[in-house]
Design a protein around this ligand. Structure first.
Ligand code: ADP
Ligand code: MG
Length: 678
């Protein structure tokens, strides 16, 4: 057996379990080994029964006859008594009727669980239990807790991963030997075993340190290598023409903010060089990134080169084209624009292609896919990528081959990326931050709501609809899962259409729809054919619906703060008041984390807050498999990060040849090619 074999090679893994594992992205054994615990429960202290105190406990005890089973208020309850030489303790399981059959009286078990007062008596509630052995997996140790689904519980994951231990021990080293020694790291194989089956808290820390180091080392190495390669690329020099910039600004219906000015100036400086610009503009939703991009484009067009602006969706491309058309019109440049989207008729597409190829079109606006696959640029000087963070090396190579040189690249993102994270994950990019918002915006009123105020909330929403406003309702899931008490778009859509808002027009949107369907629904919503849009976070990215005034987020506690902030930015985009309601899943008191968003309108501040608690994944929303991310290293561990970054620089300074390190080479090559974080 090898790590590349399918999980079905493992004992006890049939078709069904294989499918279940696939739902969490695990197909082969290597991926199973890489399915790292989310957290740990410390059951390692085995205590005599007479000394246990309320809280998490583990005992080594024998089950006594008889095991009781009964139903109370619709709940299956299983009860047993366990004893050791020092005393007895009651065990209670709720809704686990199968328990009784598996308990063998007279046999010694490790029993781990929460020792708590229940009906005036102390009992161990819902304990984990397994036969006493030298290698317990679920009890009497530090027990790993994995990301679970309804069909896949930590218990079964542990059992499977236990079987991979011999293979885990063959995991190849990825960090060069001299670094392993210099940094006193444990081996990669040891680290993985310790992550899944730690023998002590100290060993677990060593494992995290080792894997966190490796992670930052590889990411940094990838970006340093990218940077080194980009620095050898040749681009077109775009001279700065002051009159043109002034003329454009004169016709703007507003004054640029200082941050916008600073950013535009940085871009102009970049583009005057012979090396290609590689800049990320990071600015909160509504901070005015589009106009910055247009000013960059302007200079390039006037120098006689072409510009491609890529948006993630067709609708967004269309909105950009409209904006740009308006802004270029006073300069007599509006006819230099072509929109290239999938819904164009074949003859329109053909005409657009011809105009692009002949150079008649100077600015082409379209979706990422269309522009990259189909277009032959005449003389490409600048690529603007909206709502995407990074062009991978493979895409750069293609662009370069197409254009004959490397165009300048400008990425725009509304995802607030704290500086610490940007330095680690985006070392190869230059970053401009637009922190200040244009003056005079009404801050959105944000309110945390508990389920028992739902009726009032719906009244407030109805009032907005009567005022000709539109409403977003965002839910964390697409369909219902019996396991998790969370709202799905399907359920909420049904409830709203059948009950509370049956007199209103409601649309349903989620990521499983095709992009054509998504675009169509979004377009209709924009045309106000619906009052309410029930959706998942797919609407996070960019579209401007000026009449939308309410953002209702269900199970708000499940979202990252930065993500909520992004969603909130979808409403109140005109001069009337916007509202954001954060509906909690239960009526318990809101966390201080959630409360922070009621009081802060600063996306960067909120992102910083979330970063440490929930990791980078919380900022980008879904953690996509293979995305640039920190899974283990914590940004707050600045010492580890500094060491790993320095190690990557050392690796390069020593003139090391990456090809000498097969495993490292593989990892770094993958990281260099990652294109997106969304
Ligand atoms: P984002 O950064 O989210 O892409 P946009 O570029 O779409 O934001 O800008 C949001 C709105 O703010 C647009 O309607 C734009 O015209 C307006 N805007 C941009 N800059 C300014 C400014 N300096 N003053 C006032 N309004 C501005
Ligand atoms: Mg934008």
């Amino acid at each position: 057996m090898t790590l590349r074999d399918m999980v079905s090679e493992l004992k006890g893994v049939g078709d069904e379990l294989s499918k279940t594992l696939l739902t969490v992205g695990v197909e082969n054994i290597g991926q199973l080994v890489d399915y790292l615990p989310r957290k740990y429960e410390d059951y390692s202290h085995v205590t005599p029964i007479k000394s246990i105190k309320p809280g998490i406990v583990t005992v080594n005890a024998v089950i006594k006859q008889p095991v009781g089973r009964y139903v109370r208020r619709g709940m299956h309850i299983t009860e047993a008594v366990a004893s050791d030489d020092t005393g007895s303790v009651r065990l209670i399981w709720f809704n686990q009727p199968y328990r009784a059959a598996s308990l063998k009286p007279g046999v010694a078990y490790y029993i781990s669980g929460d020792f708590q007062l229940r009906r005036q008596r102390l009992s161990i509630l819902n304990p984990s239990i397994e036969l006493v052995s030298d290698f317990p997996v679920n009890t009497a140790r530090i027990v790993p807790i994995y990301r679970e689904t309804k069909a896949l519980k930590s218990r079964s994951i542990r059992k499977l991963i236990r079987e991979t231990v011999p293979l885990m021990r063959t995991l190849p080293e990825t960090v060069p030997g001299w670094l392993v020694r210099q940094q006193k790291l444990i081996s990669r194989a040891e680290a993985y075993e310790a992550m899944h089956f730690p023998e002590s808290a100290g060993q677990l820390n060593e494992a995290k340190r080792r894997l966190g180091f490796e992670e930052v080392f590889q990411i940094t190495l990838a970006s340093l290598l990218n940077k080194r390669e980009f620095d050898t690329e040749q681009s077109l020099t775009i001279p700065f023409k002051e009159d043109l910039a002034k003329d454009f600004v004169k016709h703007l219906p507003f004054n640029l903010t200082d941050d916008q000015r600073k950013t535009i100036w940085q871009i102009y400086l970049d583009m005057q060089k012979t090396q290609p610009m590689n800049r990320l503009v990071n600015g909160d939703v509504g901070s005015g990134k589009t106009v910055v991009a247009i000013m960059a484009a302007l200079m390039v067009i006037r120098s006689g080169f072409q510009v491609a602006l890529m948006a993630p969706t067709e609708l967004l491309a269309q909105q950009h084209a409209d904006t740009i058309h308006k802004l270029l019109h006073p300069l007599g440049m509006a006819d230099r624009l072509s929109l290239l989207v999938g819904s164009l008729k074949p003859e329109q597409k053909k005409a657009a292609h011809e105009r692009i190829q002949s150079g008649e079109t100077s600015l082409i606006v379209g979706t990422h896919a269309l522009i990259q696959e189909k277009v032959n640029m005449h003389n490409l000087g600048l690529v603007v990528i909206d709502e995407q963070h990074r062009f991978g090396v493979d895409q750069r190579t293609k662009l370069q081959a197409k254009a004959g040189h490397m165009p300048h690249v400008l990425s725009l993102t509304a995802t607030p990326i704290p500086r610490s994270l940007a330095l680690t994950l985006y070392g190869e990019l230059d970053i401009s931050v637009i922190a200040e918002k244009p003056p005079g915006r009404l801050p959105i009123k944000t309110k945390i709501c508990s389920p028992n105020s739902r009726a009032q909330l719906y009244q407030a929403i109805e009032k907005q609809i009567l005022d000709a406003r539109q409403v977003f309702v965002v839910c964390p899931a697409i369909s219902e899962s019996n396991n998790l008490p969370i709202k799905s778009v399907e359920l909420v859509y049904e409830q709203l259409t059948k009950q509370h808002f049956k007199h209103r027009k409601i649309a349903l949107l989620h990521g499983k729809l095709s992009s054509d369907e998504k675009d169509k629904i979004m377009k209709q919503f924009l045309e106000h054919k619906y009052d309410i849009l029930v959706t998942t976070t797919v609407i996070e990215v960019g579209v401007n619906v000026p009449t939308a005034s309410v953002m209702l987020i269900e199970n708000a506690e499940r979202f990252g703060l930065a993500q909520i902030h992004q969603l909130r930015g979808r409403v109140g985009r005109s001069d009337h008041q916007g509202y954001c309601y954060l509906m909690m899943g239960s009526s318990s008191a809101p966390s201080s984390r959630l409360k922070a968003i009621e009081n802060s309108d600063d996306g960067f501040e909120l992102a910083e807050m979330d970063l440490d608690i929930r990791g980078p994944g919380a900022i980008y929303g879904t953690t996509q498999h293979g995305a640039l991310d920190l899974r283990i290293a914590k940004l707050s561990d600045s010492k580890l990060i500094a060491l790993a970054r320095k190690a990557a620089q050392d690796f390069i300074d020593r003139g090391e040849d990456l090809l000498q390190y097969k495993e490292l080479h593989e990892h770094v090559t993958r990281l260099r090619a990652i294109t997106n974080l969304n």
